[in-house]
Design a protein. Structure first.
Length: 722
């Protein structure tokens, strides 16, 4: 054996790498070198002659991780890796099904449907079955089929207690029949078909159990029910299952990940002792202590404490902002300072819980001329739902815009098929006109679309920009389209809705900053902002990302933004069993991304739906030891921060970045009094019942005749006295 394989390993890592041929659970904390342990374990088994490359199965969750493992092993061992099976669950199942396609009842050249192909196949089937796609949205049916398969269930095994579910089961059964007839499989089918193949074919199962004496799994905490069952089948009763994972970083329950699989493995495979990798090679001590204390509030943990041989390092810097805009301005100032200290932008990450939060940060970065890229997602104005909304606005503003028309003529679905659109294009070409002119002469559902755009134009002609935005989102059907999503797609749809609401906020801020209420100016602004600061791969650029996207990454400096109750932890966690524990694991992941410096920021007020909303600091901040925190806004006591949110008339950054008054009630809080009658363009007439705050934070409570009682920020409300 090459002795250099074990050099540099700490005692726990060495123990894990040199275990005898037995099943093991390696509890690997953030930054503890789990990838090194996993690859060194494989190299150790091969170099000691315990197994040949042919006898190893290594499972990862991404192709990138699989390639990295092969690269590392190639550097460690001077042998051919071709006989080894290393890949993702889907990749390995595909390989097995290709090798045994006859036994799996598949053609040799079976094709794999991606998510879009699968949705198209379901729509085609539902049309043939005369299924109402409004009552049974195709995406909901797709989610139902995929989640059933991930639970290991065929249509005949799904329990249906009501007619609605029974109809979905019928579609599921027909869909399976259609896929079988056409020789195609979707991603969920790859794993389920492979599991079924091994379950019923004893000879094949025994062949693979005899071959793969050592099965190694990365990120085991992210496995779902079916993936664990597949691993159990392959391991049988004699093979060694070596699982590396961290229950404290299990953050994908919405994808079906089951953190309970870690306890199940320890029980099912009689794991005598769990090896804990607790030495962290990434972060300073204060960051790790904060993470340890926070996660200790979770129940049912396997339990571990990260530590480092490094010193304590800096305290965690906490900033309480007046508004979300003020929070972004603070972050930009700090980034400029870090840059002047020699920290590269690519070593800095801005993390947020919800994608919609990126809009305010992106705007501040563009204005400051700081280069950035959105990791694992799209920049705000490039997101599908934002492009849809802007296309409605563009067509309302300029009916000659053919691209805008093509984007939305059948979105949300209104029964205008591809053939109808082709006929429109042919008519426009023949008559040398725009598509809009051709549509205006068409009949049926196309004329209904033309009428919709005309009604949107008419209804919004006199409205201020943010209210144009709200009107279009609701009356176009965009908001309702995303609100109707259920199942697996519901989470994605909720994010898209948050982004659409953020578009209203963007319009409000645009008017506020530019004193320009025109739709044309805003659309120009959106186009320019979408096109600026497109950082290339070689550029030094900041990383913006959701906390989910940040897992597995590390940075010199991390900003965790929007730490407000209802935002992080997210309000949805209150409705889900174990939801708060998952949110806390997400916060744990966010904290442990930082190597040297960590900022925690939150805002007293944030724009939601075009109105200022007041919130409370995240409960996670309260769970961190006060001695580890350095408050950058010392005039706020921690007690006031956590107990209640009453806007303060003196905020350091609000003073440094005064907001321009709009002249329509903004900033003139002294003009308003309790009992005064006022008028608002959206809510109508009302009476002021409360007044508080001053300057940029002044707000009034108004009891409207139609809309009831609402708190409004005077800076944005555009109230007029009656």
């Amino acid at each position: 054996m090459n002795s250099s394989l074990l050099s540099g390993l700490n005692p726990e890592q060495r123990l894990a790498v040199t275990l005898p041929a037995q099943s093991a659970l390696i509890l690997a904390g953030a930054g503890s070198g789990k990838t090194r342990v996993l690859t060194t374990r494989i190299a150790y088994l091969i170099s000691t002659g315990a197994v040949s490359p042919h006898g190893i199965l290594a499972v990862t969750f991404t192709n990138k991780a699989a390639k990295e493992m092969v690269t590392r092993l190639t550097a460690m061992l001077p042998i051919n890796m071709r006989g080894m099976w290393i890949g993702t669950f889907h990749g390995l199942c595909n390989r097995m099904l290709r090798a045994h396609h006859r036994e799996a009842n598949l053609p040799q050249t079976f094709q794999i449907l991606d998510s879009g192909d699968q949705l198209s196949a379901i729509k085609r089937l539902m049309k043939a079955m005369n299924v109402d796609d409004e009552k049974f949205p195709p995406r909901e049916v797709q989610s139902f089929i995929s989640s059933s398969k991930e639970q290991g269930l065929r249509a005949s095994e799904v329990e249906a207690y009501d007619p609605y579910t029974r109809r979905k089961v019928e579609i599921f059964a027909e869909y399976d029949t259609q896929c079988q007839r056409e020789g195609v499989v979707d991603f969920s089918e790859l794993l389920l078909r492979c599991y079924e193949l091994l379950s019923r074919n004893a000879a094949l199962r025994e062949h693979y159990q005899e071959r793969f004496k050592h099965i190694l799994v990365d990120e085991f905490q992210d496995t779902n029910k079916l993936q664990y069952q597949w691993l159990k089948l392959l391991a049988g009763s004699n093979n060694a299952l070596f699982a590396v994972g961290d229950d404290d970083q299990s953050i994908y329950a919405f994808r079906g990940a089951n953190v309970g699989n870690m306890q199940a493995l320890a029980r099912d495979f009689h794991v005598e002792n769990v090896i804990k990798l607790e030495q962290n090679y990434r972060s300073h001590g204060n960051i790790l202590e904060a993470a340890n204390v926070l996660i200790s509030n979770n129940r049912n943990r396997l339990g571990k404490n990260l530590w480092t041989s490094e010193n304590g390092g800096e305290q965690l810097r906490v900033y309480e902002a007046a508004t979300d805009v003020d929070e972004a301005a603070f972050i930009v100032d700090e980034i400029k300072q870090l840059k002047s200290e020699g920290i590269n932008l690519r070593e800095i990450a801005l993390l947020y819980r919800s994608n919609a939060q990126s809009r305010v940060l992106e705007h501040a970065l563009v204005s400051a001329g700081l280069s950035y890229r959105v990791y694992g997602g799209l920049r705000f104005f490039e997101r599908q739902e934002i492009k849809h909304a802007l296309a409605y606005l563009r067509l309302m503003e300029n009916t000659d815009d053919d691209n805008a028309l093509l984007r939305i003529i059948n979105f949300p679905t209104r029964g205008i098929g591809a053939r109808s659109i082709e006929q429109l294009q042919e008519a426009a070409k023949m008559n040398s006109t725009t598509l809009w002119d051709a549509a205006a002469r068409a009949g049926g559902k196309v004329s209904a679309f033309v009428a919709l755009i005309e009604s949107l134009r008419g209804a919004t002609r006199e409205l201020p920009l943010p209210e144009i935005m709200e009107h279009v989102l609701h009356h176009s059907g965009l908001a309702a389209h995303y609100q109707s999503e259920t199942g697996v797609k519901k989470r994605e749809a909720e994010e898209r809705l948050e982004n659409l609401n953020e578009l209203v906020n963007a319009a409000t801020l645009f008017v506020h900053e530019n004193e320009d209420d025109s739709l044309t100016s805003f659309l120009t602004h959106a186009s320019l902002e979408a096109g600026e600061h497109q950082a290339g791969d070689q550029d030094d650029a900041l990383h913006l990302m959701t906390v989910h996207s940040a897992k597995g990454l590390e940075f010199h400096t991390v900003f965790i933004t929007g730490l407000e109750e209802g935002l992080f932890p997210h309000q949805n966690s209150q409705r889900e069993d174990g939801g708060l524990d998952e949110e806390r694991r997400l916060m744990y992941v966010a904290i442990t991304r930082a190597r040297r410096r960590l900022y925690l920021s939150f805002a007293q007020s944030r724009m939601l739906h075009g109105q200022v909303s007041y919130g409370m600091a995240s409960s996670f901040l309260r769970e961190l030891p006060e001695g580890l925190l350095h408050w950058l806004t010392p005039r706020f006591s921690a007690r006031k921060t956590f107990d209640s949110f009453v806007p303060s008339p003196t905020l350091s950054r609000a003073d440094a970045h005064p907001s321009p008054a709009s002249g329509r009630g903004a900033g003139g809080e002294g003009l308003w009094r309790i009992g005064q009658r006022v008028f608002h363009q959206k809510f109508g007439e009302g009476v002021i019942t409360g007044v508080e705050g001053s300057g940029a934070d002044a707000r009034v409570q108004v009891n409207f005749k139609r809309a009831g009682s609402k708190w409004l920020a005077l800076e944005y409300a555009k109230l007029t006295a009656v």
